[in-house]
Every structure is written in structure tokens, then in C-alpha cells.
Ligand binder design. Structure first.
Ligand SMILES: Cc1cc2nc3c(=O)[nH]c(=O)nc-3n(C[C@H](O)[C@H](O)[C@H](O)COP(=O)(O)OP(=O)(O)OC[C@H]3O[C@@H](n4cnc5c(N)ncnc54)[C@H](O)[C@@H]3O)c2cc1C
Length: 443
């Protein structure tokens, strides 16, 4: 094999580690720079555990470098949504018409550690922790890092920024006037709470993503291998019924007892979690171009962070890695050709999932609770069974296939044009019938 120059990857998060594995397979030596100390030896920051829903796109990428089984050992399958109304019994909505397709709940930390181990075990991959990128010259590829020993510099022929939503690589390119960016923050934040195991077992059904839709806000919960659940509140940051409006233990307890009554007996540390866990920000990052001089490139959240409501940020970042690898194949490892091609192939897809993720917030916090929405899901599943391979819901296309996101958007619009009136009519009739029969049963 021809000797290759060492590629610099900035950020040993999800995309950076997977990218190092793919590049090592191509025969590149890789220097993986990470601002944090080695997370495999440290403790997770309180309230920042983050459960991810890993689905087909992410799994496909992991499979290509033989990591699927190892990663899935820490994951729990989730086959649908469990909707918790304020009053009454929770209702299960299957994700797929067959009922057996699942997304996979996994902790971001566990996933990151598994990928770090995988990257570290690849020949030619060098990990440099405690290296925070603070300077980058896009013409020469010279990088400056802050380390516990002071500032150090390194130079690479290609520098890839996989350093997340607040990317320092992107910030450096911005400073050189080499790109433009837009950051759209939501007026919502997120905060984690915990539901511990009860008598050594899960307190809720572990085969579901639990949702407490409350109109303008919501809470979700995903299971962990230790039989606890991590709940995430998605609430407005300001105004009434927001993170800013609840302070005292009594007010917190009162609010949850009114709006999330079934949580109270399950979350003994509710007040402490609420008072001490941080509020994270949520937003969409757009920038262009994603590469400069065929020498510095961006991928994952660094290029296109999205809101988490479709459970696709990491999946999308993993797909980026697969596409970059494909572009390198097609361009014979000519980076100045491969990086622009990568952007051309991925940008419309990133934009499509960014929009779908924003739309899904409204669906999760509001629509899932409506009888018409629930009836529409039933009709969609019936159509999927009646027209196998020809009709698929947006959720199935996004979560259970690798159909490019932009194509999903087009396909769903086409399906809607043809079958929308049928679906809407049948769903309204079904919802009406359910209401009448429900009244009959009670009466
Ligand atoms: C609440 C929440 C829920 C989510 N749920 C899901 C989900 O269900 N499914 C899903 O697919 N995605 C989900 N996501 C999104 C997912 O976490 C991200 O899309 C994913 O982590 C992006 O991977 P990345 O490698 O691009 O960035 P990151 O994972 O953020 O990694 C970036 C790395 O770069 C390092 N770094 C940063 N700055 C520097 C620097 N200056 N120098 C060196 N290193 C640096 C960081 O320390 C980090 O290790 C969720 C996100 C949130 C916030």
C-alpha cells in the first residue's frame, strides 16, 4: 500500500471516532484530537447522560466496519411510542406496521466509549486527549491546541472537523471569512430526570419510548441497561410553565403532580434532579461551504447540528462518514475532489432532516395525543401492509431505511398527493367510530 500522510480529525465524539475507523481501513494514519480527558476513565457529567435512539442509518455505518454487534450489546430495542395522557391509561403506538421494527436506546457515553475503543484498536490511529483546538490556518493545515502542558501546534495535509455543534474548526473557518453560518436556537431547552428501577426491574415498559405530550411541551423517557429510565423534559426556557418559572420544591412537586401525575411515584429524586440538572440548549446549525481548499472539511454536528426530535443527529453524522468514504473511493482519495463532492451529496439531505426534526417536535409534543393522529397511524400501517414496498410512512423511511433524507421528503409528498385524502378521510372516520363506540361502552 502507498504510504499516506497522517489525517487530523478534531473531536473524538461519535462521528470523529467512527471516521477514524473508516480512514484507518483506507490505510491512513490518523491523529484524533479531543478537548476532553479520556471519557473512558471519567465520570459522566450530572444530567448529561443523553440516551440516543440509534436506527438503521447508524447501524448500517457501524456494520460496515464490523462494530454493529459490539455496540448493540449495550442497546435496548424500542418498538413504539407509549403515550401518557394526564388522565387515563398509557397507549402504545407501534413504529412499524409489522410491529417488530425497533429503534435502539443506547447511552451516548457508552456508544462513544465503544467507538473510542474501536478507533484506538485500529492500526495507525493515535488518540490525543486534553487537546482543545484553538487555532487553525486553513491554507497550511497548521492547528494550535491548548493542552495541560500549554499550547502545542501540529500540521496535517487534511483536517476534518468532527467537533460537534459548537465546532471550533467551523469557528476558525468563520474567522478567516471562509464560510458563513446560521444558528437557530429554539426557545426550548432540555433537562434530564431519572426513573430508577423498582424492585430490580424496569418501572415502565422498556420496549417503548415513553412520551408525555403536553401541547406546547413534553417529556420523553428511554430505557437503560441498568433498568432505569432517563427522562428528558423539553420545555420552554422562559414564560409561564417554563424552566424559568419553577423554582421551589413545593412548586415543582405541584406542577408535576398536576401535569405528569404518573411520574410522581416513579421518580423519588424528581425535585433534586430538577433543581440540580442543567438545562441544555437546542438548535439547528447551518453553514456553507463544508470544506475549504480541499484541505479542511466539516462533518456531523459541526456541519449541520439539528434538534433531537427525530432521533437522527448521530445517525445522520454516521451516514456522513459512510458518504465521505464513498466519495474518497470515487475520487481515488483525491481530497480536493472528494470534499466538495461530499458536501454536494450530503447538504440537501442534512437540510431535509433538519426540517423534519423541527416538524417532529410538534408531532411529539402535541399531535400524538390526538385521536385523529392515532387513527391516521393505523390507516398508514394498513396501507403499508396493503402496498408493501410501495407505501411507507415518513417515520419508517427515516428510521428503518437508508433512503436519502431528501428523497424521503419527496417520496412522502408524492404519497400524500395520491393517498392523502384517502388517509385523512379514513382516519377521521376511524377516530369518529372509536369515539362513538367508546361512548357506547361507557354508557
Ligand atoms: C438531548 C439530545 C438527544 C439526542 N438524541 C438523539 C437520538 O435519539 N438519536 C440520534 O441519532 N441523535 C441524537 N442526538 C444528537 C447526537 O447526540 C449528535 O447528533 C451527535 O452526538 C453528533 O456527533 P458528532 O460526533 O458530530 O458531535 P459530538 O458527539 O458532539 O462530538 C464532538 C466531539 O468534539 C469534541 N470537541 C469539541 N470542541 C473541540 C475542540 N475545540 N477541540 C477538540 N475537540 C473538541 C467534543 O468534546 C466531542 O467529543 C441528541 C442530542 C441531544 C442534545
Amino acid at each position: 500500500m502507498v504510504e499516506r500522510d497522517e489525517i487530523a480529525v478534531v473531536g473524538a465524539g461519535l462521528a470523529g471516532c467512527l471516521l477514524a475507523c473508516f480512514l484507518a481501513r483506507r490505510g491512513y494514519p490518523v491523529a484524533l484530537y479531543e478537548r476532553r480527558p479520556d471519557p473512558r476513565t471519567g465520570k459522566v457529567e450530572r444530567g448529561r447522560s443523553i440516551n440516543l435512539a440509534l436506527s438503521e442509518r447508524g447501524l448500517d455505518a457501524l456494520r460496515r466496519v464490523g462494530l454493529e454487534q459490539q455496540v448493540m450489546a449495550d442497546a435496548l430495542p424500542v418498538r413504539g411510542r407509549m403515550i401518557h395522557p394526564v388522565e387515563g391509561e398509557p397507549q402504545f403506538q407501534s413504529y412499524s406496521s409489522s410491529g417488530d421494527r425497533a429503534i435502539n436506546s443506547i447511552s451516548r457515553g457508552a456508544l462513544n466509549n465503544a467507538l473510542l475503543n474501536a478507533a484506538a484498536s485500529r492500526p495507525g490511529v493515535r488518540l490525543a486527549f486534553d487537546h482543545r483546538l484553538v487555532g487553525l490556518d486553513p491554507d497550511t493545515g497548521e492547528m494550535t491546541f491548548e493542552t495541560p502542558q500549554g499550547k502545542v501546534t501540529a500540521t496535517a495535509p487534511v483536517v476534518l472537523g468532527a467537533d460537534g455543534a459548537g465546532s471550533a474548526v467551523r469557528g476558525q473557518l468563520l474567522g478567516y471569512g471562509a464560510l458563513t453560518e446560521s444558528l437557530d436556537f429554539l426557545d426550548y431547552g432540555y433537562k434530564e430526570l431519572t426513573i430508577p428501577p423498582v424492585g430490580g426491574d424496569f418501572a415502565l415498559d422498556p420496549g417503548a419510548l415513553h412520551i408525555w405530550p403536553r401541547g406546547t411541551s413534553m417529556m420523553i423517557a428511554l430505557p437503560n441497561p441498568d433498568r432505569s429510565f432517563t427522562c428528558t423534559l423539553f420545555w420552554p426556557t422562559h414564560g409561564t410553565a417554563s424552566f424559568a418559572s419553577l423554582g421551589s420544591p413545593a412548586a415543582i412537586e405541584r406542577y408535576f403532580a398536576t401535569h405528569y401525575p404518573d411520574l410522581i411515584p416513579l421518580a423519588p429524586n424528581l425535585v433534586d434532579d430538577y433543581q440540580h440538572n442543567p438545562v441544555g440548549v437546542l438548535g439547528t446549525v447551518r453553514c456553507a461551504p463544508w470544506q475549504v481548499n480541499g484541505k479542511v472539511g466539516l462533518l456531523g454536528d459541526a456541519a449541520h447540528a439539528i434538534v433531537p426530535f427525530y432521533g437522527q443527529g448521530a445517525n445522520c453524522a454516521f451516514e456522513d462518514v459512510v458518504e465521505l468514504d464513498r466519495c474518497l473511493d470515487e475520487c481515488g482519495d483525491d481530497w480536493p475532489a472528494a470534499l466538495p463532492l461530499f458536501q454536494q451529496r450530503r447538504q440537501a439531505n442534512a437540510e431535509a432532516i433538519a426540517r423534519m426534526a423541527l416538524d417532529n417536535f410538534v408531532e411529539m409534543r402535541d399531535k400524538v395525543a390526538s385521536p385523529v393522529f392515532q387513527a391516521r397511524k393505523k390507516v398508514e400501517h394498513a396501507l403499508e401492509r396493503a402496498l408493501p414496498g410501495r407505501y411507507m410512512s415518513q417515520y419508517e423511511l427515516v428510521s428503518f431505511t437508508t433512503t436519502p433524507y431528501a428523497q424521503v421528503h419527496r417520496q412522502v409528498r408524492r404519497q400524500y398527493r395520491v393517498l392523502g385524502p384517502v388517509t385523512a378521510g379514513a382516519a377521521t372516520a376511524l377516530a369518529g367510530a372509536a369515539l362513538v363506540l367508546g361512548r357506547g361502552r361507557r354508557g
